[in-house]
Write a protein that binds this ligand. Sequence first.
Ligand SMILES: CC(C)(COP(=O)(O)OP(=O)(O)OC[C@H]1O[C@@H](n2cnc3c(N)ncnc32)[C@H](O)[C@@H]1OP(=O)(O)O)[C@@H](O)C(=O)NCCC(=O)NCCS
Length: 142
Amino acid sequence: MVPTDANFMGNVFGGHILQEIDQVAFIAASRHAKTGCVTASLDRVDFLSPIHVGDVVDFDAEITYVGTSSMEVWVQVRAEPTHGGDLRPVAEAFVTMVAVDPSGRPVPVPPLVLESVEERLRFEEGRRRMEERRRTRRPRPE
Ligand SMILES: CC(C)(COP(=O)(O)OP(=O)(O)OC[C@H]1O[C@@H](n2cnc3c(N)ncnc32)[C@H](O)[C@@H]1OP(=O)(O)O)[C@@H](O)C(=O)NCCC(=O)NCCS
């Protein structure tokens, strides 16, 4: 992180991290879908500790659930001082990306290959979160 990423206190803007989270989720989703994707929603994001100018920030994205055209991407954000030290968790978020065709219409994505018990568990949790999003979201305006 460089000084232009920071507020007057020397901490990195949350909005800057949100932008990176969105981009990392986009890359993960596009690789899985092998087509363009759009961000449909970003769940609650908690900033667990401040990120300072000079920190090296690590973004790790994983697809946890896929529906028909939607994908839930879990992004974990960790930071460490430039000269090394412990990688500390600073934020995490669940992003829903939707695969779309060139006219922006949703298109189906390949299924997720689940190999471990942990992956199956995450998929099931993702399915429940996706149902909750579907239940609570506002209808798309006409
Ligand atoms: C996301 C978008 C493509 C969905 O289109 P739609 O016509 O509403 O399509 P559908 O209702 O058929 O939904 C398609 C999928 O998206 C999911 N979805 C739609 N809106 C969602 C939301 N707000 N949150 C999570 N998932 C959502 C649906 O559950 C469905 O999933 P499934 O195919 O796995 O069952 C459309 O709302 C859109 O283009 N939004 C703007 C996206 C954008 O521009 N993002 C960047 C912001 S600057």
